[in-house]
Design a protein around this ligand. Structure first.
Ligand SMILES: [Zn+2]
Length: 98
């Protein structure tokens, strides 16, 4: 199991291949923070109902370090395979490798 910092490093590496120098559209800052966990949006076939336990969009929140403007980035579109997602589970118990 990977440490929280190792997981963040993988996400930052993947993001940097898609958006090498992202600039915040609100404050023009170029420093971003990756959240410690994920945002999971349920997908529903009905626009007026929430279906729990079905399909989801696996997202990671990336926030501007200056103003807090937050973007949700889809991990699959970022390049992670569905079968890799369990490896991105964040555990507070795992120490970084020495
Ligand atoms: Zn900003």
């Amino acid at each position: 199991m990977l440490s929280k910092e190792e997981i963040k490093a993988q996400i930052i590496k993947a993001l940097s291949t898609k958006a090498p120098k992202p600039i915040c559209p609100i404050c023009q800052n170029d420093k971003w923070k990756v959240a410690d966990g994920y945002v999971v949006l349920p997908v529903s076939p009905n626009p007026r109902e929430i279906h729990m336990g079905g399909r989801i969009h696996p997202l990671v929140a990336v926030s501007c370090s200056k103003c807090g403007n937050t973007h949700l980035i889809n991990l699959i579109t970022l390049g992670f395979k569905p079968e890799e997602l369990p490896n991105l589970k964040v555990s507070e118990d795992v120490e970084p490798k020495q």
